[in-house]
Design a protein around this ligand. Structure first.
Ligand code: FE2
Length: 328
């Protein structure tokens, strides 16, 4: 897309997907650098959003987005329809009253595996956004994987598993603590997960989400999702996507309460064949793209198309996030 106010930064290291540079990186056009921040996105938002639906990932560097308020202002200006963070697993803090939260605050030395945001729930967001308030000293890149490419790769590795995932769907099982456990990447308490205070309120939300549940000792809560689709069709490209939380659950849902390999099942009840799935993950490592953060960077992801992950890091790292639905 030709944009009078932004130019593509071809010199910044980036990967490729079927649509070209991935993520596509925009920096301000020097001849028009007075048009930055919220005003720029109010003017250009519709076109950029359209582009996001094709590319899957856009990174804006040096575009005059300074802090949580600006970040929120941009998302309001485009606009992207705000969505509350209901049903997510990660420990996080609210930054602005309405839409900005911290990204997953799990321990820095742990990798957060690839996932589509909240794909383990019935209504995942259509978009997820990140903003870099403080860049880490080392590491901490956000890793991206185009799920259209991921599905193609899985078919190459094992057509039968790809077929099973497509026809059967998947079910996720997770045990949540009574009090948020910051030592775990999926340590969000059930109160914070469902934005409630009492068990009765939690049960009402779980019923609405189609979850089955069981209360355990110490007020821990075991939940089982309904069978959810694992493969979807992207209407824009006509390609199928590996849209699920299978990688995250299989590799990352490990803590004192959960075992990853048992956290995800095919709709028919079988666990994933571990050796085959490991082979898929090995091959995936060579296809992902790492995006290192600079202060002021804003990354837009179409959550229906692209998975994200977090690399381990050192030093303070403050990444803000927000999610959104497709607005009318
Ligand atoms: Fe995430």
């Amino acid at each position: 897309m030709r944009n009078p106010f932004l130019i593509e930064a071809a010199d910044v290291a980036q990967g490729r997907n079927a649509t070209g540079a991935f993520p596509k990186i925009y920096v301000p056009n020097e001849r028009h650098d007075e048009r930055l921040g919220t005003a720029l996105f109010r003017e250009q938002g519709t076109a950029l959003k359209q582009e996001l639906k094709e590319k899957g990932a856009l990174l804006f560097r040096g575009c005059g987005v300074n802090g949580a308020k600006d970040f929120e202002g941009v998302l309001d200006a485009v606009p992207f329809e705000n969505m509350p963070y209901l049903g997510g697993a990660a420990p996080r803090r609210q930054i602005t009253h309405r839409r900005i939260m911290t990204a997953n605050e799990s321990p820095p030395d742990e990798k957060i595996p690839l996932h589509h945001e909240m794909a383990q729930t019935r209504q995942p967001p259509d978009y997820i956004f990140f903003y870099c308030e403080t860049a880490p000293i080392s590491g901490g890149a956000t890793t991206l994987f185009d799920s259209r490419a991921a599905f193609d790769l899985l078919k190459l590795v094992d057509q039968s598993l790809a077929d099973q995932l497509e026809t059967q769907g998947v079910r996720y099982t997770r045990v949540m603590p009574a009090i948020t456990d910051p030592a775990s990447p999926i340590g969000r308490s059930w109160q914070e997960t469902f934005l409630v205070e009492t068990k009765t309120e939690a049960e009402r939300v779980m019923q609405g989400q189609g979850l089955r549940w069981q209360w355990l000792d110490g007020d821990e809560l075991r939940t089982e999702s309904p069978v959810l689709p694992a493969i979807r069709l992207d209407p824009v490209s006509g390609r199928k996507t590996f849209f699920n939380s299978v990688i995250a659950a299989f590799t990352g849902w490990n803590d004192t309460r959960n075992v990853g390999h048992r956290a995800v099942q095919l709709g028919g009840g079988a666990y994933l064949p571990a050796a085959v799935f490991e082979q898929f993950l090995d091959r995936a490592r060579t296809e992902v793209v790492n995006v290192p953060w600079q202060v002021g960077d804003m990354l837009w992801l179409d959550n229906r198309l692209v998975m994200h992950a977090r690399q381990p890091f050192e030093g303070p790292r403050q990444i803000y996030t927000a999610i959104a639905l497709e607005s009318e």
